[in-house]
Write a protein that binds this ligand. Sequence first.
Ligand code: SAM
Length: 292
Amino acid sequence: MTWVPKDMVSAEIAFSDADFRAIAAIAQERFGLNLAESKKPLVYSRLSKRLKARNLNGFPEYLKLLNQADETDERQELISALTTNVTSFFRENHHFETLTSECLPALAAGARARQRVRLWSAGCSSGQEPYSIAMSVLDQFPEAANHDVRILATDIDPQIVGRARTGSYPIEEATGIPAAYQTKWVRKADGGGRITMGEPLRQLITFAELNLMDPWPFKGPFDVIFCRNVAIYFNQQTQQNLWQRFCQMLTPGGYLFIGHSERITGPATQKLSGVGITSYRKALARSGTSAH
Ligand SMILES: C[S@@+](CC[C@H](N)C(=O)[O-])C[C@H]1O[C@@H](n2cnc3c(N)ncnc32)[C@H](O)[C@@H]1O
């Protein structure tokens, strides 16, 4: 059946069930995204803009293009079109409270004793999450930059990683940042219309493009992983594999924070215990055994 939305400017472009299934298969295979039938209007509205931008006559032509080896940029446009980047500073603030009260005191003590401390914002979108982590770290541990403390911030979407790196946001977003943190690390820019993240925050964070479905180009381990409101777009098997991989990447006793509508299921439940709302902790290794 060919489906054409009634009220869209681009209604002249037909979008068949077969076209949708082919796009859904690419999204699943390459990015782990689970595009339910109900997403068809959204997919149509976002991708018909790409067809226009590339001057294409229909979805079959677009699908052919996506499979060409030299169309990396178009595949990246596809990711940007299909993913949702909604985020905010200190979103689901209870995770930052747990970070501050339960994780950071021990991590700061470890760092002062020359241990390596690593935190990861996986699916960081435009960066508000890793900058919120950096503010929490510096508030507890102002000299963190003089120690081996790093925050890795990754996302599949190169455009959004570019935005995160700039650390520049509309001034309205500042309301999500505690006033004391704003005074210390947030600067007003562009005549007061925008805010920028201060240098001490940036120094702690490394931004990188990473598809969580691909092999991860680092060994870890991480003391804390935030992967919030990302796995919600994956099917159950993909989610379970991801939880298991995060579990292997965590230090014994390390923390995993996930989104408000996500739950840990599958083999990872054997090693991760709930320690609060959508907050999990990996079992501490018993002496003589490996926790991985
Ligand atoms: C809704 S945002 C969540 C941002 C932030 N974690 C938060 O909770 O506010 C979801 C992010 O996941 C990213 N994403 C989706 N699929 C991904 C994948 N396979 N690998 C890495 N990131 C992915 C999207 O690009 C998007 O920026």
